[in-house]
Write a new protein. Structure first.
Length: 158
């Protein structure tokens, strides 16, 4: 009888652990999953043909990965230099330069992306593609989990 209870407890714990892992994966998808989800959305919303999709997907993935890498590097630099309590004297001039340089690099990536897409898609399809990207961003923001008590969106107090 004791052996049966041990098995029941073991399988219950295993089931709960698996369920929690699946729920966590659903809440925090990997960056690869996000890129795939965005890609599927863009193809459908911009009404890309299978031929257009086959040509554009590698361009899209390269852009998304480059953008992700840029933001990861910037975040890591910011955390390393400015989020530690060890450095009470923050160099705001350097922080501002970091911000602007990231924005400029992002614009350079977008320009390169645009030139590649312009060769692959008609002007109308490219316009629809860009509209689909904006729509995806809006959808993503609308469906973001709400922060507890909306702390992230509170207005600064005067």
């Amino acid at each position: 009888m004791k052996m049966n209870i041990k098995y029941v407890i073991f399988f219950c714990l295993l089931f709960i652990g698996t369920t929690l892992q699946a729920e966590e994966a659903r809440k925090n998808p990997s960056i690869k999953d996000m890129h795939e989800k965005k890609w599927s959305y863009l193809v459908k919303k911009a009404q890309l043909t299978p031929q257009e999709a086959a040509i554009v997907k590698p361009i899209f993935m390269e852009y998304e990965q480059s953008l992700w890498q840029l933001h990861t590097q910037a975040r890591d630099t910011f955390k390393k230099n400015y989020m530690k309590g060890e450095n009470p004297q923050i160099n705001y001039e350097e922080l501002n330069e970091l911000y602007i340089n990231v924005q400029l690099k992002q614009a350079e990536l977008l320009k390169k992306y645009h030139h590649q897409l312009r060769k692959a898609l008609s002007p109308k399809t490219l316009f629809n593609y860009y509209q689909a990207e904006q729509s995806f961003k809006r959808q993503l923001l609308r469906h973001m989990p709400k922060q507890k008590n909306n702390k992230a969106l509170k207005q600064p107090q005067e």
